[in-house]
Ligand binder design. Structure first.
Ligand code: CTP
Ligand code: MG
Length: 220
């Protein structure tokens, strides 16, 4: 059983629109509706915990996809930071889904265009005690060694960025939810590494990019 936690409680300060980024209308629907639709339509996902801010919550009744899946989607109010919202979502999901074998899929609504294929790829991983993190390799970059000023060419994809979706087992989700005090060095993936869980990396198919500023929409 898989329960998705969809984060949509940010203000989108860098996106600079009137309303939160997730409500921005793009090709006829709000950005939030894209990932919500994908997750709702997937039979591999039983429940969606949708984490929202008050303004986004107020607009949900206008979203058709929610009316079609009222029983699948659970709405909770997020917190001040992404970490706060994620922990609220994970805790709610843990209490809503008690089965020992349940799995928890954390995703950012700011990554609206993730393909069904990528979700299926991460969900079809078989190790039942393993966390899986979407990652994207970086090629042709330069790393600057601050202390020496030395510049090193990174060509072979040995640098990765962590993205979402991220898949957690129940045991790992429980551990994450009790490690609130840990500083999140690099988001959830960084926390998993700090906790010693050695997440496996699932290479992105190129659809997992984040919309941070308006021009990010130009590449879709
Ligand atoms: N998020 C959240 N709760 C917060 C902050 C962020 O649920 N308090 C979510 C956002 O809605 C987004 C995801 O976390 O889907 C990734 O965050 P980011 O791209 O930084 O979005 P914002 O925080 O909204 O944007 P900004 O940092 O520019 O304000
Ligand atoms: Mg943010």
């Amino acid at each position: 059983l898989t329960i998705a936690i969809l984060l949509a409680a940010g203000v989108g300060a860098r996106f600079s629109s009137e309303s939160p980024k997730q409500l921005f209308e793009y090709k006829g629907k709000p950005l939030l509706a894209y990932s919500l639709e994908t997750l709702c339509q997937m039979t591999q996902i039983e429940k969606v915990v949708l984490v929202v801010d008050p303004e986004t919550e107020g607009k949900l009744s206008e979203m058709e996809i929610l009316q079609l899946h009222t029983h699948k989607v659970h709405i909770v109010r997020g917190g001040r930071t992404r970490t706060d919202s994620m922990l609220i979502g994970i805790k709610f999901a843990l209490s809503a889904e008690k089965q020992i074998k349940s799995r928890f899929l954390v995703h950012d609504s700011a990554r609206p265009f993730v393909s069904k294929e990528h979700f299926i790829k991460i969900l079809s991983q078989k190790e039942t005690d393993q966390a899986y993190v979407t990652s994207s390799r970086i090629y042709d970059a330069y790393a600057l060694q601050k202390s020496t000023g030395e510049i090193r060419n990174i060509t072979e994809g040995e640098l990765v960025v962590f993205q979402t979706p991220i898949l957690l087992t129940r045991e790992i989700a429980e551990k994450v939810s009790t490690e609130l005090s840990l500083e999140l060095r690099s988001g959830l993936a960084g926390l998993l590494i700090d906790l010693g869980f050695k997440p496996a990396l699932i290479e992105s198919d190129g659809t997992t990019g984040k919309i941070t500023v308006k021009k990010d929409l130009n590449s879709w």
